[in-house]
Design a protein around this ligand. Structure first.
Ligand code: C2E
Ligand code: MG
Ligand code: MG
Ligand code: MG
Length: 292
């Protein structure tokens, strides 16, 4: 059943295991209140066209600011929300917020732009997800094709057939689907024959090693080549240096995301970035560290 499959997946990424039980219990009860206390907010990180520097998309990244503990990174609280059963509600809030933000940017004149949200494996297996998504796009007057759902490759490890069905159901409704952290999930490439996805996100670990080790370089090269052969988009994650951007451009990677262009920015700063970057040249990228 849903709960069992979900908790199985959680074993692969559970950073909270390192923390003491007491701390965890504190965080868990704080997490149950966080949504009602409006402690969540979204940051947005630009995805830019490799050639023109134009922003083509914005990835929404969830932030939790606790009044005492401060800013808690998603790697710490998402697994807790998945295990504690709050991810559905929190994820629905993320989807609604991201759609509202895209609608606001549309109003401000940014016509060609999509917004991407991360979907947890636990959300993906919940058949209520379709309703949440359709409600959000309808409420804010955006098209399903303007919302990209980033789903990490590791969802395919357990019960891949069921996951493929979920991808198909979402694609049927017109949502854009991308495989997050592509290459890091130890899943079989054979699923590419049946997964209805529009994009890969080349995992940051490969971009990291791109200029230092030959293996990372070859993995980047072959992933980009594979995506292009399959007529899929590919976004390089974690682009931090000009040298990485240069090499990725030579390999034909069309879209970049990373600190070189911008850290994740709070909504207002992201709006300013969009306004700047839609000008003739992108000569003043916002330096890393400005976003939370
Ligand atoms: P992800 O989806 O792979 O997101 C990319 C992560 O890399 C983000 O971390 C981003 O801030 C970081 N990053 C971006 N550019 C660079 C760079 O140039 N260098 C480095 N070193 N890092 C960079 P963040 O925001 O801490 O999020 C971590 C993960 O948490 C995300 O990985 C995603 O899996 C998850 N997450 C974030 N928001 C949500 C959400 O709303 N729902 C769910 N289910 N998961 C979320
Ligand atoms: Mg992502
Ligand atoms: Mg990613
Ligand atoms: Mg990643």
């Amino acid at each position: 059943d849903a709960k069992r499959a979900g908790s199985g997946l959680l074993r692969h990424f559970h950073p909270a295991m390192k923390e003491s039980l007491r701390q965890r219990i504190g965080l868990e009860s704080a997490l149950r209140e966080a949504l009602d206390r409006q402690e969540f907010f979204l940051c947005y990180q630009p995805q830019v066209c490799a050639d023109s520097g134009r922003t083509v998309g914005m990835e929404a990244l969830l932030r939790w600011r606790h009044p005492e503990y401060g800013l808690i990174p998603p790697v710490h609280f998402i697994p807790l929300a998945e295990a504690g059963g709050q991810i559905g509600r929190i994820g629905a809030w993320v989807i609604d917020q991201a759609c509202a933000q895209l609608a606001a940017w549309r109003q401000a004149g940014h016509a060609q732009l999509y917004v991407a949200v991360n979907i947890s494996p636990v959300q993906l297996i919940d058949p209520g997800l379709e309703h949440v998504l359709l409600k959000a796009v309808a409420a804010h007057g955006i098209q399903p094709g303007e919302l990209e759902l980033e789903i990490t490759e590791s969802v395919l490890i357990e019960d891949p057939d069921r996951m493929v069905e979920r991808f198909l159901a979402l694609r049927e409704l017109g949502f854009r689907l991308s495989i997050d952290d592509f290459g890091s999930g130890y899943s079989s490439l054979s699923y590419l024959r049946v997964l209805p996805v529009q994009a890969f996100k080349l995992d940051r670990s490969f971009v990291d090693g791109l200029c230092q080790d030959a293996t990372s370089f070859e993995i980047c090269a072959s992933t980009i080549a594979l995506a292009r052969k399959l007529k899929l988009d590919v976004v390089a994650e974690g682009v931090e240096t000009e040298e990485q951007a240069h090499r990725l451009r030579e390999l034909g990677c069309p879209v970049f995301q990373g600190y070189l262009y911008s850290a994740p920015l709070e909504a207002e700063a992201a709006g300013l970035y969009l306004a700047q970057a839609s000008g003739p040249a992108l000569d003043a990228p916002i330096p890393p560290g400005l976003g939370p």
